[in-house]
Design a protein around this ligand. Structure first.
Ligand SMILES: [Zn+2]
Length: 486
């Protein structure tokens, strides 16, 4: 039922707005562009790029061929990678000769999460158009954005457009998993090919809609850092008929009780300050007032406490650490010799994994406990990495202005809001390489229809074509006139 509701409201929205012919043309583009964009999308979806049996090289070569057929010079389009199955495509759209401004880099991953035919209603590696949606693995994450970038490169080229700085497109391997992350590999082995002033990564950001109605245009401007810690108590144990106060399970239970009641300090950065400033205009009543109050100097403590009850706002205001696993004891009638918990943290930019390990030790204040960093591979070490989540880059005026201008045309009334993402994308590599990176996408997805990594992944047909139009207009707005170099 909800799908029918969505479609109807889209029709109402589109029909209503299409009374203004200019908006209609602005949001859907021309028929030839739509046909090319659809062909490219279909081709990409139908090339299996999973880590298990797929190949990003095949997809990279197909996209390279599209660009070469459209007139991009051979020297500006390469497929390159560490082995035959994990190829990446890098294409350069040239500015005027003699341009000194450094390039813009667009990154998009070609690989997709595994999908089994028996779990899906349609074949995940067949591009199926049905009931106003495109179905297939990668329609939301993120072959739609890869196809959009290629289609818009071709459209710009056909229009004879010359940008004020080079635009590089890198379509890469192994973001979702696998051992050959393409962005990491290119930065280490061919940095010259992709070196840039800043990065656009359409893997995050985008338009959140409710039954087709645009609510917000979000873009990712910073990411939290992930970390796991093992909290361990050991004890000589003994017979449970003779209990002692010193008990491994109690030590862990006490530590977790302290963790529960000890939120990390409230923090803001340039991104979350802007986020709460914008959200205050969307929220109402006490919540809106509280958002304004935490932005004051000094921030209002009662307002922080009230906002902290909302999980998303809470995680945007501080580092969070939470117990996620627990085990202990070895017999029903023995005092425990061992108890342990896993504490999972999402670290606010500016702090390292080691900083938070030390903060946990300080918080528990129990010398019988050890707190160790647990790596992604599960190894335990007495010291966490000193790597920090990068402090957010400045919100560039050229990026912000272009985004606001085009968003206002395509999704009138929906505010543009910078966000701090709690997961991580390939931007972590470019950010760590010192290249400011922004998650910007023109794809609109209903908030109850997020199907990335799930079964029957799909994207509204209209959302796709509007996305094609968005990146075309956005890239033009960003690269027309005098290049700005802050
Ligand atoms: Zn993705």
């Amino acid at each position: 039922m909800k799908y029918r509701g969505c479609v109807e409201s889209v029709i109402v929205l589109v029909c209503g707005l299409c009374a203004q012919a200019a908006w209609c043309a602005a949001s859907r583009g021309d028929a030839a562009t739509r046909e090319t964009a659809r062909d490219i999308f279909k081709e990409l979806i139908e090339i299996n790029t999973t880590d298990s049996i797929g190949s990003t090289t095949v997809a990279a070569q197909a996209m390279a061929k599209r660009l070469l057929d459209a007139g991009f010079p051979q020297a500006d389009v390469v497929v390159i990678g560490p082995n035959g199955r994990k190829g990446n495509m890098v294409a350069r759209y040239r500015a005027k000769p003699g341009t000194t401004s450094r390039p813009i880099l667009i990154i998009g991953h070609l690989d997709v999460v595994e999908a089994r035919r028996e779990d899906w209603t349609t074949d995940p590696f067949q591009f199926v158009e049905q009931d106003g949606y495109f179905y297939g693995r990668g329609t939301q994450d993120m072959k739609e954005a890869d196809a959009i970038a290629v289609a818009d490169f071709i459209r710009l080229k056909k229009a004879g457009y010359v940008p004020n700085r080079d635009i590089i497109l890198a379509l890469t391997a192994d973001e979702e998993g696998g051992k050959s992350n393409g962005v990491d590999w290119l930065l280490k082995n061919h940095r010259d090919l992709i070196d840039a002033e800043f990065v656009l990564n359409p893997d995050s950001g985008g338009v959140t809609t409710d039954h087709g109605r645009p609510l917000t245009v979000e873009f990712e401007a910073t990411e939290k850092l992930y970390a796991d810690y093992q909290v361990l108590a050991t004890n000589p144990g003994g017979h449970s008929s003779l209990p002692k106060p010193d008990n491994a399970i109690y030590h862990i239970a006490d530590a977790l009780g302290v963790l529960e009641k000890s939120p990390f300090p409230f923090e803001l950065n340039t991104v979350t300050r802007e986020y709460f400033g914008q959200m205050a205009k969307i929220e109402t009543g006490q919540t809106a007032a509280d958002m304004r109050a935490i932005l004051g100097e000094p921030p209002d403590t009662a307002a922080i406490q009230r906002l902290s009850r909302d999980a998303r706002y809470n995680s945007t205001m501080r580092t969070t650490c939470v117990a996620t696993m627990l085990s202990g004891g070895h017999a029903t009638n023995a005092l425990p010799q061992r108890a342990e918990a896993n504490v999972n943290c999402r670290i606010f930019p500016g702090h390292s994994q080691e900083d938070i390990r030390l903060a946990l030790i300080h918080m528990f204040n129990d010398p019988t406990l050890t707190v160790r960093y647990r790596s992604d591979a599960g190894e335990l070490t007495d010291q966490g990495s000193d790597r920090k989540a990068m402090a957010p880059p400045p919100l560039r005026a050229d990026v912000m202005d272009s985004l606001r201008k085009v968003a206002a045309k395509l999704w009138p009334g929906a505010p543009v809001i910078p966000t701090m993402v709690t997961g991580s994308s390939d931007s972590i590599y470019t950010m760590n390489a010192g290249i400011p990176s922004y998650g910007i996408s023109g794809i609109a997805i209903d908030r109850d229809d997020v199907r990335m990594h799930g079964k029957d992944e799909r994207l509204k047909v209209d959302s796709y074509y509007t996305g094609v139009e968005f990146y075309y207009q956005f890239l033009k707005a960003l690269t027309t006139g005098k290049a700005r170099n802050p």
